[in-house]
Design a protein around this ligand. Structure first.
Ligand code: NAD
Length: 435
């Protein structure tokens, strides 16, 4: 099939490349000229494992092409996926300006039947608004037919290609048989479980799924707070809970809270959607609060154990909001570094892939070339992202390089007992050691 993707970021680009991989012809569109220039010239504007190789293959065979023109993309394809950003407004609402712009432009350039598919995460009812926008912007007296569908994306940055190729389910929110048939055809090669529903229900499935996962994280973080106070180990609690099939181990990882471009904004948007429809979603409000408190409590722990922050040199390992991505959006590292800088600390940081993005977002940090350079003469080390390479460093070298051998492990990622035997003072979260 000929498929267009409008918005070639983390979701759009991965979707485009994977659709090419399963046999479709894809045109990826973005209004960021720099991004399209990079893509056309053989580069990859984001870091995502496995993406580079697939992109190179299908770019060469021209199964995937790039443009800055929605008109060109809309003319080439019958199915048009919208994968533009839907960031939070100040009041928590999803900002749907980009979605509206795309709907308008597609409508103005339509010359035959089109199926517009929401891939971006949007509040329930957005499908109706897109439909209305298209009707209002079609050429005068046009009798062109079109459909709007919802096909929310569940991929995770860091394993996006794998997730796209092997989804737990594909959700198709449709309002016509024609739309359903086309979307089934798009996904046929994946042989995935397909859930077909109406558009609003598909939109709600995405809201509910992300918010539920955020709830699991805040739940275990709350449990961690109590573990710390009563001398229990949250990692063992999570393990003991996780074997229960009704609960499951995933998303029971304690730490400095969730970040990234999805959970914070999607939880906000769901709370706002509930509010506007007359329901007070108090559970989700607490989920959000717990997430904020988690970062504050980590900062308090550092303040307590380091005694004075002023003039201390603090090493930071990991800046991205999670491992295997260069995405810095709503990363916990931003809040934590800013708070410590405000108290007079000097920060020396290292991240395997996110430093270029981090440099645009944090000032006054010394960015280091590797993990060892970051800990040089440091009074303590903060582990903020669970990159695998941090488990493989030579801790003898780290110990000999640091000024004080104190580690704050914001992801409960390192082996604290082994490091303790090595002479490090290690603080994790909810490990019952600093009660
Ligand atoms: P992103 O910022 O990486 O990409 C969005 C792209 O859209 C940008 O490159 C931007 O230049 C482009 N764009 C904006 N307006 C445009 C226009 N009028 N025409 C063409 N291009 C335009 O964002 P993302 O992380 O890929 O997220 C996109 C959507 O997918 C969001 O709604 C997000 O919530 C959702 N989502 C994201 C993830 C994730 O892990 N990142 C997972 C599932 C769903």
């Amino acid at each position: 099939m000929d498929i267009a993707i409008v918005g070639s970021g983390y979701v759009g680009l991965v979707t485009g490349v994977c659709l090419a991989h399963i046999g479709h012809h894809v045109i990826c569109c973005d209004n960021n000229e720099e991004k399209i220039k990079v893509l056309k010239s053989g580069g990859v504007p984001i870091y995502e494992p496995g993406l580079n190789e697939l992109l190179a293959k299908y770019r060469k065979s021209k199964r995937i092409v790039f443009t800055t023109s929605i008109a060109e993309a809309a003319k080439k394809a019958t199915v048009i996926f919208i994968a533009v950003g839907t960031p939070s407004k100040k009041n928590g609402d999803a900002d749907l300006t980009y979605i509206e712009n795309v709907a308008r432009e597609v409508a103005r350039n339509m010359d035959s039947y089109k199926l517009l598919v929401e891939k971006s995460t949007v509040p329930a009812q957005t499908g109706n608004r897109i439909e209305r926008t298209i009707r209002l912007n079609l050429p005068k007296n046009s009798t062109l037919e079109f459909d709007v569908a919802s096909n929310p994306e569940f991929l995770r940055e860091g394993s996006a290609v794998e997730d796209f190729m092997h989804p737990d389910r594909v959700v198709l929110g449709v309002s016509s048989k024609r739309a359903e048939r086309l979307l089934r055809e798009v996904y046929k090669p994946l042989k995935a479980n397909i859930v077909v529903t109406n558009v609003a229900t598909a939109e709600m499935i995405k809201h509910a799924s992300n918010s539920f996962l955020a709830t699991k994280i805040s739940f275990i973080n709350s449990v961690a707070q109590i573990c710390e106070r009563v001398g229990a180990d949250v990692e063992k609690v999570a393990e003991g809970m996780g074997y229960d099939k009704r609960i499951g181990r995933s998303f029971l990882n304690t730490g400095i809270g969730y970040g990234g471009s999805c959970f914070p904004k999607d939880v906000d948007a769901f709370v706002r959607l509930a509010e506007k429809s007359g329901y007070d979603f108090s559970i989700l409000k607490s989920v959000r609060q717990v997430n904020e408190d988690q970062k504050k409590s980590f900062i308090r722990l550092i303040e307590d154990k380091l005694w004075n922050i002023k003039d201390k040199t603090i090493a930071v390992w990991g800046l991205a909001f999670k491992a295997n991505t260069d995405d810095m959006r709503s990363a916990a590292s931003l809040t934590i570094i800013e708070a410590l800088q405000a108290e007079g600390a000097s920060i020396q940081a290292y991240d395997p892939v996110a430093m270029d993005n981090a440099k645009k977002m944090i000032k006054g940090v010394k960015f280091c070339e590797d993990a060892y350079a970051a800990v040089k003469d440091a009074d303590c080390l903060l582990l903020l992202t669970e990159w695998d390479e941090f488990r493989k460093v030579d801790f003898t070298k780290v110990r000999d390089t640091m000024s004080q051998t104190v580690i704050f492990d914001g992801r409960n990622f390192l082996d604290h007992d082994a490091l303790g035997a090595f002479g490090f003072e290690c603080y994790g979260i909810g490990r019952g050691k600093h009660a």
